[in-house]
Design a protein around this ligand. Structure first.
Ligand code: 28F
Length: 635
């Protein structure tokens, strides 16, 4: 616990000029991430006061200019007594001296020292204006700064009820090219604070949107886990989650629950900072978890016959939150979101293993459900390995000869300039085969509806001939056997009718690719073709409209006051003349493709998961709304 400090504890280091000269050294950069580090640092100081039990309310106000913020807590209030050596108040020193503050002492967990621990003084240096106010000993104190320099002395105000610290700051637009906060990012981080620090009420007062959110969770991580599982639409395989907390350093807070989902989803945090790239704390959790489950299985003779369990089986479907607090966090990696404290691996491992083993042994029915889930994962893995081996064997032994019969391959064997069009339906396939460039463009027609693979095991998926043929045609295997450089085409282009059915097929194919061939999307190799829905002839000119809105825009642009517009709606690709299909959709010189990109993994996970299980119209509507945002490329 932080002992009570007074000004004498501050170690005075150096001025703030270096910070303004090389801000990147202190906050990583002056882009959006760097801008928001200013918020996290001040917020972190308020959270630290709450963690030490002195504050229970934190309010963040995003002012209506969208570029200034006030954060306040109801903690003790930063000390204002004068520092013997410098004759300055603790408050002034904290905001004007780099790395000042007794926060390196025991019991305080701000991330001072790492990228995240820049200290309030750096925020001050990089703000065109900052105002700190403290309520302490029944009095209000205030001090203002410009670019790190005090604009006047510490002012003693009137009487004040309660205690606490409030900081207003406006980042300096001569340092940050864009001073515009991202409300969603701030809201998400505040909500996480309320989950990681149970009982602390965190308020987000968004004056830009005129909206106020209050986050407060008495349970903390168990509430967080319930939200994550609900968002992902995952179905738990056991009722009660495993929960563990430990208050001695390194502080540990952990919840785990196995679900029917086919992937692992454990979110980890160090001192409240998301560690998306994992780290030694996660390695410790995996080690402890693996040993505890294996010990349980061995002790109770539950090992499955004919299949060997691997670590991934144990964690398949596992959803959880790991939150640790350590006094000297070492953040690593490009975005500083990997934790690298070596001592944590064994510390977390030896904390989790006995607790989880104890829990399993004292909750037999839960343990049986979890072991059952693990064995299912192992068997599914085994089956899909066999299925993939079958596909690989077929493709490998006879090379191109063994390609699906329906594939009209292109003559070029160079990958980078060849493209595979995955076309819905035979008639569309026919038009595409005739209209295409035979040297560079291959056509794979798919018959009828592709199955909805969401939540299915790989073995089940590959029973679908259409998808198995697609995997064979692509040539790069899938799942654990995936090898991007065996991909036989430079681009995979989904060509479906411009109507709702076509969108539905495209969505099903995207779901399959996203779940089982995600590397193709990550490599930017997956595209959606945009065939026209309408042909519009006005006078001698012909226009092509992608959808109703586009048609109306074209008519408004070119239609009024001129010759009558002749509009034809295409019932499907199969009804298009091959030449028209070439000109409007296949020809790289005139077509417009949408490249499929995943901007936010968590959001995409939720969208695919949430909607793929529901009815098609909800799915299609949701995807088409997103399609509006999709970036158009002339490739
Ligand atoms: C909106 C941001 O920064 N809250 C803070 C405190 C409280 C103390 C403190 C902070 C003392 C000299 C090291 C008070 N009383 N919210 C905040 N609340 N810093 S920052 O002390 C800093 C140390 O420098 C505090 C007794 N001990 C500590």
């Amino acid at each position: 616990m932080a002992t009570n400090y007074t000004a004498k504890d501050i170690t005075v280091l150096e001025g703030l000029e270096p910070v303004r000269k090389r801000p990147g050294m202190y906050i990583g950069g002056v882009g959006t991430a760097g801008l928001h580090h200013l918020v996290w640092e001040i917020l972190d100081n308020a959270v630290d006061e709450a963690m030490n039990g002195y504050a229970s309310n934190i309010v963040l106000t995003l002012h209506e200019d969208g570029s200034s913020i006030t954060i306040s807590d109801d903690g003790r209030g930063i000390p204002v007594d004068k520092h013997a050596a410098t004759r300055k108040s603790a408050l002034e020193v904290i905001f004007t001296v780099l790395h000042a503050g007794g926060k390196f002492e025991h019991g305080s967990y701000t991330t001072a020292g790492g990228l995240h621990g820049v200290g309030a003084s750096v925020v001050n240096a990089l703000s065109s204006e900052l105002r700190a106010s403290v309520k302490r000993d029944g009095t209000l104190w205030e001090m203002s700064f410009k670019r790190g320099k005090a604009t006047g002395p510490l002012k003693k105000g009137g009487a004040a009820r309660g205690t606490g610290t409030t900081v207003y700051f406006h980042p300096d637009s001569t340092i940050f090219p864009k001073v515009e906060f991202d409300p969603a990012l701030i809201r998400e981080r505040l909500e996480v604070v309320s989950y990681l620090h149970k009982g602390v009420r965190v308020t987000f007062d968004n004056e830009v949107a005129g909206k106020k959110d209050v986050f407060e969770h008495q349970e903390g991580l168990p509430d967080f886990l319930s939200k994550i599982i609900a968002d992902r639409g995952a179905k738990p395989v056991h009722e009660a989650a495993f929960a563990q907390t430990r208050d001695t350093s390194p502080r540990l807070d952990l919840v785990l629950q196995w679900t029917e989902a086919t992937d692992e989803h454990v979110r980890s945090y160090a001192n409240g900072i998301p560690t998306g790239s994992g780290g030694t704390h996660e390695n410790g959790l995996r080690a402890g978890l693996g040993k505890a489950v294996r010990n349980y299985i061995d002790t109770h003779n539950l090992s499955p016959k004919g299949v060997t369990l691997i670590a991934e089986d144990i964690r398949e479907g596992l959803t959880g939150v790991l939150s640790i607090f350590v006094e000297e966090p070492q953040f690593q990696g490009q975005t500083k979101d990997r934790l690298n404290n070596p001592e944590l691996t064994s510390a977390i491992d030896s904390a989790v293993r006995p607790a989880l083993e104890h829990w399993l042994n004292h909750n037999r029915s839960v343990a049986e459900a979890i072991v059952g889930r693990i064995i299912l994962a192992a068997r599914a893995r085994e089956a899909s390995r066999a299925a993939q081996a079958e596909i690989t064997r077929k493709t490998a032994t006879t090379g191109r000869l063994n390609l699906p019969g329906k594939l009209s391959d292109c003559s070029s064997s160079g990958r980078e300039d060849s493209e595979l069009f995955v076309v819905e339906g035979d008639s569309a396939g026919g038009s595409a085969k005739q209209g295409r460039d035979r040297v560079r463009q291959a056509i794979l027609p798919l018959r009828g509806k592709v199955m909805n693979t969401e939540g299915m095991t790989l073995a089940k998926v590959l029973e679908n001939k259409e998808l198995a043929d697609l995997v064979t045609a692509l040539g790069c295997g899938l799942g654990k056997n995936f090898e991007l450089d065996r991909l036989r085409y430079g681009r995979v282009i989904i060509l479906a009718d411009a109507d709702s059915d076509g969108h539905h097929i495209a969505t099903l194919l995207l779901t399959f690719i996203y779940r089982h061939l995600p590397q193709l999307i990550a490599a930017g190799r997956v595209f959606l073709a945009q065939p026209p829905l309408y042909r519009i002839d006005i006078g001698k000119e012909t226009f092509w409209a992608l959808d109703d809105a586009h048609r109306d825009r074209l008519l408004k642009l070119y239609g009024n006051g001129r010759a009558h517009a002749d509009i034809t709606r295409f019932k499907g690709l199969g009804e298009m003349m091959p030449k028209v299909l070439w000109e409007t959709t296949l020809n790289p010189k005139t077509r417009r493709l949408l490249r499929v990109e995943i901007s936010d993994q968590i959001v995409t996970d939720r969208v695919i998961n949430e909607l793929m299980g529901k009815d098609a119209s909800a799915r299609f509507r949701f995807i088409m709304e997103r399609a509006e945002e999709a970036q158009e490329l002339d490739v």
